[in-house]
Every structure is written in structure tokens, then in C-alpha cells.
Write a protein that binds this ligand. Structure first.
Ligand SMILES: *[C@@H]1O[C@H](CO)[C@@H](O)[C@H](O)[C@H]1NC(C)=O
Length: 265
């Protein structure tokens, strides 16, 4: 009886400690930053252009940055870190070496809208029709954004929020929302499909959820932005703009100019 109680208490303690650390582990700042700092070698393949995808960055509602890149792609599972690298931009270079009918040759800027579950580190699956497996190198670049950060809501109501942050120069790796009745920040958690929701670990959140949302956004390089977002309703479907903020261009990380070609065309 005694030891049973102790075991129970111990398990409770472990769970409690884990609930503190799990959100921290989910941030992936360092891992996402490494995608900008290194060149990775892998395979380039093709999959049929599909609606949907892990990142919920779907045609026709792709953020505007997706119109200033060359290709839409799925990033390999090990390097997307759940959905933390959704919306990242990559430089993809193809040598034309490989097997198949449609060589990947040249240098492309790609926008990550999906995850490739069966791909390995360094691999990219192009969201277009094609054939073969080709040698490529990839490196993240700051996205060629031409406008501010945008937001969308999905399936939200006064007591549940599922918020997407999009069109950001670098993927937002931490999102906090001010809980105005207590003046505290609730650190939101990344969903598997590229959104953010409140944690279920007992963090205080205002009920009902208050609008406008006052947000604190963190980029993987440590930049912090504040934004105020006022959707017409919690059920609003469409792109929502904040105050017009965007992450600054980081001169220490790779960047590219916006392309005039349109991805997915
Ligand atoms: C792609 O090639 C360009 C031009 O040679 C080079 O500057 C860039 O670093 C390469 N990027 C990758 C990911 O291989």
C-alpha cells in the first residue's frame, strides 16, 4: 500500500515535470535555425499536386509569399519538426544527376506547404507531376515576403482557438497570447497541421476568449514581434491582418529576392 502510493506520487510528479518541459521541447528554435546555417544533401522527388497537406497552407488560400517562389514542396519528416518548419522557404539546387524522366536541375526557391512522411533528411518532394529521384542540396533562406504576417482561424469558437500564423519571413517558433483578465501570457502549442492552440496543461486562459488577440511572436533567431489581431468573429473564414508587422531581414542568415514567377503555375 505504502509503496503503491509512493509509486503513484512519483508518476504524478513525472507527469507534472513533463507538462512543464514538453512545450519548451516543442519550440525547435535551434533545429529550425540550423536549416538556415547548413546545406543538406538529399533526394528530390515528385508527388502529384494535391490540395491540403500537413501545413494547411492550401491552394487557393496560400499566403502571398507563395507567389514569389518557384516551387511548392513537401519537406522531409525529420526536418519539419512536427509542423514547426511549415511555411519555411528553401533554396533547392539540383545537379540533374539521378534516375528518371524529369531531371531536377538548376536553383529553385521552394515554399514548404507539406510534409513528406517517407522522405529522409535533406529530401524534398516537389508538389508537381514528374518522374524520378534526383540529387539535390537544400538550405533554408529567409522567405521573399512582400507584405506583413497574416493569420487565419480554423474551427474556432469563443472557447476554442486554432490560429494559423502565415506569410512570415521565418517560421514563427513561439506564439504567446495575452490573457487580458490576468495580464499573463499563454504560450500556445503547435498543432500537427500548422496551427496554434492553447495548451491543455492548466495554463490560464480567458473564457470566453477575448478579441482582439494580443500576440507575441518569436522567430527562430530570437526576434520578438507584437501584433494585435481582431477577427470579425471567432468563426471567421479568410485571411486576417494584424498591425502590419513582419520579421526584420537578418543579415546573418541567407535571403533571396522575390521571384516574378508564380509557384504552382
Ligand atoms: C545553390 O547554388 C548557388 C550558386 O552556386 C549557391 O550560392 C548556393 O549556396 C547553393 N545552395 C545550395 C542549397 O546548395
Amino acid at each position: 500500500m505504502e509503496s503503491g502510493k509512493r509509486t503513484y506520487g512519483f508518476i504524478f510528479m513525472i507527469c507534472h515535470v513533463m507538462s512543464i518541459f514538453v512545450p519548451v521541447l516543442a519550440i525547435h528554435d535551434k533545429e529550425v535555425l540550423n536549416l538556415y546555417k547548413n546545406i543538406y544533401r538529399g533526394d528530390g522527388t515528385y508527388y502529384w499536386e494535391s490540395e491540403g497537406g500537413t501545413c494547411s497552407l492550401n491552394v487557393p488560400s496560400l499566403p502571398s509569399v507563395a507567389r514569389h517562389v518557384d516551387k511548392l514542396v513537401a519537406l522531409n519528416a525529420p526536418q519539419i519538426y512536427g509542423s514547426s518548419a511549415c511555411g519555411i522557404c528553401l533554396m533547392v539546387n539540383g545537379s540533374g544527376n539521378g534516375l528518371g524522366l524529369d531531371p531536377i536541375q538548376g536553383s529553385f526557391i521552394a515554399y514548404v506547404k507539406d510534409k513528406c512522411p517517407e522522405c529522409h533528411s535533406g529530401d524534398v518532394d516537389f508538389a508537381e507531376t514528374g518522374d524520378g529521384r534526383w540529387d539535390i542540396t537544400i538550405q533554408a533562406v529567409q522567405c521573399p515576403v512582400t507584405g506583413p504576417i497574416e493569420y487565419t482561424l480554423e474551427g474556432s469558437n469563443d472557447y476554442y482557438i486554432k490560429l494559423q500564423v502565415r506569410n512570415d519571413r521565418m517560421p514563427t517558433t513561439t506564439l504567446k497570447m495575452l490573457q487580458s483578465s490576468r495580464g499573463s501570457w499563454a504560450t500556445m502549442v503547435r498543432t500537427r497541421d500548422g496551427h496554434w492552440q492553447f495548451p491543455t496543461d492548466g495554463t490560464f486562459v480567458d473564457k470566453p476568449i477575448r478579441r482582439p488577440f494580443v500576440l507575441q511572436l518569436h522567430a527562430p533567431n530570437g526576434e520578438i514581434l507584437y501584433d494585435v489581431v481582431n477577427p470579425p468573429s471567432m468563426g471567421f473564414v479568410g485571411v486576417i491582418h494584424g498591425r502590419g508587422v513582419q520579421y526584420a531581414l537578418d543579415p546573418t542568415l541567407p535571403a533571396v529576392q522575390p521571384r516574378s514567377v508564380h509557384a504552382g503555375k
